[in-house]
Design a binder for this molecule. Structure first.
Ligand code: FEO
Length: 406
């Protein structure tokens, strides 16, 4: 669905686009419901600033949208680059050609890495320091550095008179904007789920930086939060701020367990069912993901809400079952284990790989609970005892709260 430019405050317009064609964001993360590239135009008395642009594929749609708001492109003096990634600025080199008086407003770090992403002449770059302001004539933009959300150059832009925070990736979500652009126009249950998935796929590695940024933004009144993906928060901006704080603090529910498993012939599934049933009887909330059929994007997202992940998998060619190893390596890359526990059940016919799994999970930040179970593909009495002992440990850790993840 194509939307028209829409005012989000006086002389401030949403001029973004929907992308319902892309199947994988960053060629990694599924987009079954598309994504929006939100961009904004702030029209001052003297000059106009554009806040970010869009993916290159939508250059002409974006230009058409700007044209509906501003007839004279010479009035555009600034294109704010909150974050360089091409979903926000793929179109920018072409936009600079049709807006000859515009300069790219970027952080110091942004100016250093801009040329490695786009070919832009240096006289088209305008560097701002943390806290700098630009007055457009009755509209003042303040630039606030928020590094590592999720690149080193990232910043957010605050429109002082209207109390609007243009937050780029921060507070963003997957899902194109089909029914409207504001949080009071769309199904927020859907977008909050997709915001958590976006957070877990894109931002989660930088949780410390998220918390630092939230602290920095504490004193700023945010009447509207306008991210670069997903709905604009005007009815309840605090909701997404609080969720970000919770997600970044790994403040997951202590009774929620994610069982991530692989099973070549269905025998591992019997072990999973056994563990799930026992944990369920203890009042714990269980979610299951089969690594052969669940995309890691959704495993990451569910992990945000879980305090414990139980990994059940077979050895394969003297290594970890490949899809399981992929998931574990991704968890390591994203450092998702911080503040969480892991339990391991490795089944094998002739070679255990539990040590390798424990190493990967420890590197991912998990605290691995004992005992680590290595058992025959069809567990014998000893194997069943170990599984039972592990179930008791998981319950103990979660219910008594005696152990805390680091
Ligand atoms: Fe929306 Fe970091 O890209």
């Amino acid at each position: 669905m194509s939307l028209k430019p829409q005012p989000i405050a006086g002389d401030v317009y949403w001029v973004g686009v929907n992308d319902d064609a892309k199947e994988l964001f960053e060629s990694l993360w599924p987009l079954p419901f598309g994504i929006s590239y939100n961009a904004y135009a702030v029209v001052g008395r003297d000059t106009v600033a554009l806040i970010d642009t869009v993916d290159k594929r939508y250059t002409y749609e974006y230009i058409g949208r700007i044209r509906e708001v501003i007839e004279d492109f010479d009035r555009v003096r600034y294109i704010v680059v909150n974050h360089l990634e091409p979903d926000h600025h793929g179109a920018t080199p072409d936009i600079l050609k049709v807006m000859p008086k515009a300069k790219l407003v970027t952080s110091v770090m942004g100016s250093r890495i801009l040329s490695s992403v786009y070919r832009v002449p240096s006289d088209r770059i305008f560097i701002v320091k943390d806290g700098d302001r630009i007055d457009l004539g009755g509209k003042t933009l303040r630039f606030i550095y928020t590094p590592w959300l999720h690149w080193p150059e990232t910043m957010v832009t605050y429109l002082e008179e209207d109390r609007v925070l243009f937050s780029c990736d921060v507070f963003g979500s997957y899902g194109s904007l089909q029914d409207g652009i504001f949080d009071d126009e769309v199904d927020m249950n859907f977008y909050i789920d997709e915001a958590r998935r976006y957070f877990s796929n894109i931002v989660i590695k930088y949780t410390r930086n998220v918390l630092e940024a939230l602290e920095k933004l504490k004193g700023i009144e945010m009447r509207i939060i306008a991210p670069s993906h997903g709905p604009i928060y005007r009815s309840n901006p605090n909701r997404i701020v609080e969720l970000y704080k919770r997600w970044a603090q790994s403040a997951s529910e202590r009774d929620r367990v994610l069982i991530i498993y692989g099973s070549m012939y269905g025998r591992g599934e019997s072990i999973v069912e056994y563990i799930a049933e026992k944990l369920n009887r203890e009042g714990l909330k269980i979610s299951l993901h089969d690594v052969s059929t669940s995309h890691p994007s959704y495993i990451l997202s569910d992990l945000v809400e879980a305090c414990m992940a139980v990994f059940v998998y077979p050895s394969y060619d003297a290594g970890i079952f490949p899809y399981m190893e992929d998931v574990m390596r991704l968890l390591q890359l994203k450092q998702v284990g911080r503040g969480r526990f892991a339990a391991v059940v490795n089944t094998y016919a002739w070679g255990s790989t539990a040590k390798q799994a424990v190493e990967l999970l420890t590197k991912a930040g998990f605290k691995v609970v004992e005992p680590v179970v290595e058992t025959k593909a069809v567990p014998d009495e000893e194997g069943l005892k170990k599984i039972e002992a592990l179930i008791n440990s998981v319950v103990d850790v979660l219910k008594t709260g005696t152990a805390q993840p680091q």
